[in-house]
Design a protein around this ligand. Structure first.
Ligand SMILES: Nc1ncnc2c1ncn2[C@@H]1O[C@H](COP(=O)(O)OP(=O)(O)OP(=O)(O)O)[C@@H](O)[C@H]1O
Length: 117
């Protein structure tokens, strides 16, 4: 891959992030939640490993929410009709976000709660 093609792909990916931030309220919500978690982590004084876990969870959550939004768009593009497969695809993608969000909350509590109480 030439440097030019690499930067082109990078630019498209950046555009994708911009679109997600502009059009998806959930992504903005996750971003605000991430800022609050980072501020809480700063005041709580997390270890090196705990920061790695927190960063991985924040990035994973936002990335997964973006994939969910992309799947919603593809489904809407494929059909404007109600179709059981369209429902399954959208609901499974939303379910994947829920699984990761639940795990993130549990891990967050395991990291933060012992330091607060
Ligand atoms: N084309 C479709 N065929 C069948 N079920 C659908 C279709 N589009 C959406 N659904 C289902 O209808 C319910 C509500 O979907 P809705 O479109 O309101 O939200 P969404 O597309 O999942 O997310 P968002 O509100 O963020 O756009 C969900 O269970 C979804 O799977």
């Amino acid at each position: 891959m030439t440097a030019r093609r690499f930067f082109r792909s990078f630019w498209f990916a950046a555009q994708g992030i911009g679109t997600a931030l502009k059009r998806e309220q959930n992504i903005r919500f996750h971003l605000i939640a991430a800022i609050i978690v980072v501020i809480a982590g700063w005041f709580t004084v997390l270890s090196y490993t705990e920061w790695l876990v927190v960063i991985l969870l924040i990035a994973g959550m936002i990335a997964l929410e973006m994939v969910n939004s992309a799947i919603e768009r593809v489904v809407d593009l494929v059909t404007a009709e109600l179709h059981p497969l369209a429902k399954q695809a959208k609901d499974m993608a939303a379910g994947a976000v829920l699984v990761f969000a639940a795990a993130s909350v549990i891990i967050g509590l395991i990291i933060f709660l012992p330091k607060w109480f």
